[in-house]
Design a protein around this ligand. Structure first.
Ligand SMILES: Nc1nc2c(c(=O)[nH]1)N[C@H]1C(S)=C(S)[C@@H](COP(=O)(O)O)O[C@H]1N2
Ligand SMILES: [Mo]
Length: 201
């Protein structure tokens, strides 16, 4: 009769060390978008890597899918307080995008850009070294439009708003420039283990 604690928002003790402070365990996969879902056809999709204003390389869908495809299974943490464990993704590591472009990380900061006009900033160090990918598939199937398909950024160690859906490019910047939510009061970095939800946290 050891079922008490497995329901509702109570966290099973063996998982407690995977739930950051203030978060609860979510079994579903909520959809959170600032606006309507853009429906981008893969034949219209492209991904552009920029250093400041300068485009360095651009890939179409077929070219991008020919890059090395890796897997990541990670826990994700939304600032609206849900945490989802063991989410399984396939996609292209940011390291492999840079390698294909033939560049080393040129600046310390990056802005991720998306088809809906959304953007978000991430320190470059948090995107490389196997820490982040451009995800193309979730749980073995192509990423659905509501979760950011055709492609989304996945930076699982930061709050999930950093994982830009409908990604169409990464831009290296000299300074740490805030993106959509960061300019509206959210934290510039967003470490869930430090509860960096809002400016000043
Ligand atoms: N392009 C884009 N990316 C986005 C958003 C958005 O509105 N537009 N919302 C962010 C927020 S606040 C969260 S919590 C996650 C939600 O991803 P999900 O809908 O797959 O759960 O996407 C993030 N990425
Ligand atoms: Mo969010």
């Amino acid at each position: 009769m050891a079922t008490r604690g497995f329901f509702g928002r109570r966290t099973p003790p063996e998982l407690a060390d995977r739930i950051p402070p203030g978060q609860y365990l979510e079994e579903g996969f909520p959809v959170l978008s600032a606006g309507p879902t853009p429906h981008v056809r893969t034949e219209d999709w492209s991904f552009t890597l920029k250093v400041g204003p300068r485009p360095v390389k651009r890939w179409n869908w077929d070219e991008f899918n020919a890059l090395p495809i890796g897997k990541m299974t990670r826990d994700i943490h939304c600032v609206t307080k849900w945490t989802k464990l063991n989410t399984a993704w396939e996609g292209v590591l940011v390291d492999d995008i840079l390698a294909d472009a033939g560049i080393e990380p040129p600046t310390g900061y990056t802005l991720a850009h998306a088809y809906d006009g959304y953007d978000t900033n991430v320190p470059t160090a948090d995107l490389v070294g196997g820490k982040a990918m451009v995800a193309l598939r979730y749980e073995g199937a192509p990423l659905t439009a509501d979760h950011g398909g055709p492609a989304r950024l996945l930076v699982p160690h930061l709050y999930f708003w950093k994982s830009a859906k409908w990604l169409n490019g990464l831009q290296f910047t000299e300074r740490d420039e805030g993106g959509f939510w960061e300019l509206r009061g959210y934290h510039m970095y967003g470490d869930p283990w430090k509860e960096q939800r809002f400016t000043g946290d």
